[in-house]
Structure formats: C-alpha cells, structure tokens
Design a protein around this ligand. Structure first.
Ligand SMILES: Cc1cc2nc3c(=O)[nH]c(=O)nc-3n(C[C@H](O)[C@H](O)[C@H](O)COP(=O)(O)OP(=O)(O)OC[C@H]3O[C@@H](n4cnc5c(N)ncnc54)[C@H](O)[C@@H]3O)c2cc1C
Length: 301
C-alpha cells in the first residue's frame, strides 16, 4: 500500500493550484491514477506526501470552440476517441493510435492531462497530439502554450530517470545480483526533504513556464490527412519506434516515438537508448523507416 499522509479533493482550480504550490509538503496531481498509483504502490516514487485529486474540478469535457477542440484535462482516452469530432480528426488518427495505449480498462481511467504530464517516450497518442499542433492550458490560464514547446516532463528527475535499466546496470546481470542492485538503488533514493528535487520538477512546472496543473488541451480543427507506422515486437505491444504524420492545409508534420525521452518532432535531436527492445542504432535506422511510411500514407501515397 502507498503511504500517503494527505489526500485532497479540491472543488476549484484555484484551490488545487494553491495546494500544489505548497512548499512545506509535496503534493502531486492525481488524475486517473493509472500510472501514479502504481508508482506510489511500488515505491518508485518516494517523493510524495500526498495527492490532489482532480476529479472534483469539472475538467471532463470536450467542446468545439471557434476553430479548436477544447478538451478538459480529466477527459479519459476512451471518451476522447468516442467523441465524434475528436475521434474523426485528421482521418481518425487519435482513434487509430489510442488503441495501442494500454488495455481498454486503462484507457477508461487514463486522462489526457495525465498522458501529457507523463509524456512517455513511446506514447503514440502523445505523438498524434503533437502532430496535430495541440496546445496546453495550464492552471486555467488564458494563454495556451504549444505542446511542442513544453519543457517540463512532470516527473522528479532523480526518481524517475528515463535512463533504461539496461544502460545503468548493464543488460546481463545475473538474477542473484538483483537484490544487491535493489539495495543500492534504495540507498541512493532521496529520503529527506533536503535531498529531494525542487517542487518544480515534481508537479510539471517546466523551465518554459508551464503551470502546476494542466487544465485543458486544445486541438486545432484543420482538414488534415494522417499516417501512422510502427515497429513493435508483437502487433499490440508498445512500439519500439513509431511515427505519426499529418498533411494538408499547408502543413506537413511528423512526430517520432521511441527515439528520445519523449515523442519528438521530426528534425529535433534524437537521443535513442539501447534497451531490451533494441539498440540505439536499430532505433535510429527504424525511425527513418517509420517516418517515411507514415508520411507516404499521410500524403495519400
Ligand atoms: C499497463 C499500463 C500500460 C500503459 N500503457 C501506456 C501507453 O501505451 N502509453 C502511454 O503513454 N502511457 C501508458 N501507460 C501510462 C499511463 O497510463 C498514461 O501515462 C496515462 O495517460 C496517465 O494518465 P492518468 O490520468 O492515469 O494519470 P495519473 O496516473 O493520475 O498521473 C500520471 C502523472 O501525471 C501527473 N498528472 C496527472 N494529471 C495531471 C494534470 N492535469 N496536470 C499536471 N500533472 C498531472 C500526475 O501527478 C502523475 O505524475 C500505461 C500504464 C499502465 C499501468
């Protein structure tokens, strides 16, 4: 069981921000819990005193406004793809890639706000949002920021290091070595307030001025076509590498998964890692393949 000293369920965004901004205690947003609860239960995250449950903030909605689709951060992945406009965007790219985002019970719980905060390296849905030029509203503020400019990863750097275990420990550790590796990791984990990363790293506030809380995401409504290509160990496994492309309305954009700590726009620096799924070299080469395939499909080839 996770040891949480505090549970808060605010009724307003202002109250949630006030709680998340507290400096004497470490509170993090709790959305669908599909990632956070597991991290707390398994003690992967030890930096948390309590959670701020976002379910009372009225952030579960999808509405078309002007030429954008405005989606509350607590909207689940299932609700997103069931929505007639969202599900059909750019030839149905969100619906198409969302089926790879874990099993259906996870998609029923996982929220868009949680997905954006987690920014998992191989998230094809995050990649599709990036390709569609999604912007993010923080703290209920008036000025959305492009997802492409997001710098915060929403995770404490020293606790959730994206370096794969294979790189840290070497890929071929004998099973009997694992307990001592675990002991060493526990010793290294931050234990006191003084050794913890700053709050800015714990709640999603990035160097680019992102807020404490993602409250809404906005997707432009444009007449686009899309393409998607992936390489995975099995058809429904999470990808080793994948690409999402959109084309039309004067736009041609490709986003790559599996080649950096989070999905990146084509042209951004790749920093692939070697892990049990494939070497960095393999990822680089396959990224070029999925990129080409996704783009050809998006352009109707
Ligand atoms: C079996 C399994 C399979 C998975 N498969 C995938 C996958 O294929 N692709 C993928 O991307 N992820 C996957 N995940 C990870 C996870 O489900 C997703 O990242 C999910 O979208 C998290 O959403 P959530 O609402 O459950 O967030 P939570 O678990 O509640 O929170 C996740 C993180 O985001 C923060 N957070 C949540 N909401 C906000 C907000 N509004 N503002 C600021 N910070 C916020 C939390 O504090 C926490 O750090 C998987 C998880 C499991 C257990």
């Amino acid at each position: 069981m996770a040891l949480l000293n505090q549970y808060h369920k605010p009724a307003t965004i202002a109250e949630a921000i006030q709680l998340l901004g507290r400096t004497e205690t470490r509170l993090v947003p709790l959305a669908g819990g599909s990632r956070l609860i597991g991290e707390l239960e398994t003690r992967v995250r030890r930096d948390v005193d309590g959670v701020v449950d976002l379910s009372g903030l009225g952030l579960s909605y999808i509405r078309a406004q002007d030429d954008e689709l405005c989606i509350g951060a607590m909207t689940t992945i299932s609700d997103l793809i069931a929505h007639p406009v969202a599900g059909d965007l750019a030839g149905g790219i969100l619906r198409r890639v969302a089926r790879y985002e874990g099993p259906v019970n996870l998609r029923n719980a996982a929220t868009l706000g949680g997905l954006v905060a987690a920014a998992e390296a191989d998230s094809e849905l995050y990649a599709a949002l990036l390709a569609l030029d999604t912007s993010v509203v923080y703290d209920g503020g008036p000025h959305p920021q492009p997802l492409s400019q997001r710098t915060g990863r929403g995770e404490p750097e020293s606790v959730d290091d994206p370096t794969p275990l294979s790189e840290k420990n070497g890929p071929e550790r004998a099973a009997e070595e694992l307990p001592s590796l675990y002991e060493a990791a526990v010793k290294e984990a931050p234990k006191t307030l003084d050794t913890l990363p700053p709050l800015s790293h714990q709640t999603g506030r990035g160097a680019g001025g992102e807020g404490l809380l993602t409250t809404e995401i906005r997707i432009p409504l444009r007449p686009l076509t899309s393409g998607h290509a992936r390489i995975a160990r099995t058809p429904m496994d999470r990808p080793i590498v994948a690409a999402v492309a959109v084309s039309g309305d004067g736009i041609e954009r490709v986003v790559l998964c599996g080649v950096a700590a989070h999905p990146i726009l084509d042209g951004e620096a790749m920093e692939p890692v070697s892990d049990f799924k494939g070497s960095a070299e393999y990822r680089r080469e396959m990224a070029a393949v999925v990129r080409r395939r996704a783009l050809v499909e998006a352009k109707g080839g």
